[in-house]
Design a protein around this ligand. Structure first.
Ligand code: NAP
Ligand code: MG
Length: 401
């Protein structure tokens, strides 16, 4: 029995081991059970090079039109990759291109499986990190300064003394924009509403009164005027917390909230949280537009190059496909939510449950085996064997009602 959906899902295929797993997942768990229009864009590095990266823009446009995209991990080329694939140019990160096109925010959310031990045992529910991927330290104005230099900043017709150097040193200026922070706030509140989570923003507004003050005030204004009523209806809350206070509380919390962070804080804390929850193979990533109407889902990990090299040599690898499976199921769930297709949501849920049950009944890939039994473990299966077991469990649960 297949479940049907009517509006398209936009599929972005990718590179290396992630793409090999992606194709297996599609053959084994998607095509036989989910029926509807899937519009595919080939985002492999070779095709991005061939199309001068045009395919990435086309894919972003298609996601904007059809509202739901699912993406496989892709190579972001560096000098070495330019040589490896003989690229015309060092093409930009597709994730960055698509995020800018949709003005979206990326949410990183772990998949919680009870039998997988966590570094922070008190974390029982997801901690969802929302990073404001614009400005601050990532678009800096940096300067080496000689002793005796006075730095002045001119803004329009005004000129203000910034600092006098009585020793040689360094200087940094950075910026952010109100419309970007507003978009960030709306994405964050919409995501929290969709997932039914409380929401926190953390900044250091006691030190950066104007700069971080803008983030705090913008979130407060948008929350009060556009979201408070909806949050109250669902009994959810929003609070601003100082970043240091929040870090301490997060470690002691049981999770179950969205944590909005500025660009640099989000970069650092997302790696901390990912480690705390275990494997990268259990981290998902959702890009959501400010109005909450356009989503793209993907695994948070990369193309898993090391495993791909082994696979190319004929080694049966044990790469974790769970986050990639959840990219599909989450995509289906948003499709179902937008189109009021409960049957589709139910099917996607059952597939997720089949994945979790497979792990909980002792069948998993090497990364999870290591978390349970340590580095020397041999108690794991190949990616293909894992997918086959998931398929069997999914079939079983579909036949039960
Ligand atoms: P990576 O692909 O995430 O892999 C780093 C390491 O993490 C792997 O070698 C593996 O560790 C472990 N790992 C990641 N995913 C795993 C999974 N599903 N199952 C088991 N282990 C997993 O990062 P990378 O090697 O730094 O980057 C490779 C390529 O991916 C780069 O070209 C980069 O540009 C691209 N990338 C793309 C995205 C994206 O499209 N969203 C994100 C990040 C990176 P062990 O080797 O210890 O087994
Ligand atoms: Mg980082």
């Amino acid at each position: 029995m297949k479940v049907k959906f009517h509006n398209p899902i936009v599929e972005l295929s990718g590179d290396e081991m992630a793409q090999v797993m992606w194709a297996w997942i599609k053959d084994i768990l998607i095509r036989p059970y989910f029926e509807g229009p899937i519009i595919t864009f080939d985002l492999s590095i070779q095709n991005r090079d061939r199309t001068e990266d045009g395919v990435t823009i086309e894919a972003a446009e298609a996601i904007k039109n059809h509202k739901v995209g699912v993406k496989c991990a892709t190579i972001t080329p560096d000098e070495q990759r330019v040589r490896e694939f003989n690229l015309k140019k060092m093409w930009p990160s597709p994730n960055g291109t698509i995020r800018n096109y949709l003005n979206g925010t990326v949410f990183r959310e772990p998949i919680i499986i009870n039998s997988i031990p966590r570094l922070v045992p008190s974390w029982k529910k997801p901690i969802v990190i929302a990073r404001h991927a614009y400005g601050d330290q990532y678009k800096p104005f940096e300067l080496k300064v000689a002793r005796g230099t006075s730095i002045k900043i001119s803004a329009g017709s005004e000129e203000k003394p910034a600092f006098h150097f009585d020793s040689e040193g360094v200087f940094l200026a950075m910026h952010n924009k109100l419309d970007s922070v507003e978009g960030f706030a709306r994405s964050v509140f919409n995501y929290a509403l969709m997932r039914g989570y409380d929401c926190y923003l953390s900044t250091k507004n006691t030190i950066l009164k104007i700069y971080d003050g803008l983030f705090k005030e913008t979130f407060e204004n948008i929350f009060e005027s556009e979201f408070k009523v909806k949050f109250d209806e669902l009994n959810l809350k929003y609070e601003h917390r100082l970043i240091d206070d929040m870090v301490a509380r997060v470690l002691k919390s049981e999770g179950g909230f969205v944590w909005a962070l500025k660009n640099y804080d989000g970069d650092v804390q997302s790696d901390m949280v990912a480690q705390g929850f275990g494997s990268l193979g259990l981290m998902t990533s959702v890009l959501l537009s400010p109005d909450g109407q356009i989503v793209e889902t993907e695994a948070a990990h990369g193309t898993v190059t090391r495993h791909f090299r082994l696979w190319q040599k004929g080694v049966a690898v044990s790469t974790n496909p769970i986050a990639s499976i959840f990219a599909w199921t989450q995509g289906f769930k948003y499709r179902g939510l937008f189109d009021k297709n409960d049957e589709l949501i139910k099917y996607a849920d059952k597939l997720e449950q089949a994945v979790i049950m497979t792990v909980e009944t002792g069948c998993y890939t090497r990364d999870l085996a290591v978390l349970i039994e340590g580095e020397t473990t041999t108690n794991f299966v190949t990616t293909e064997a894992f997918l086959e077991k998931v398929r069997q469990n999914f079939e079983q649960s579909l036949s039960e009602n």
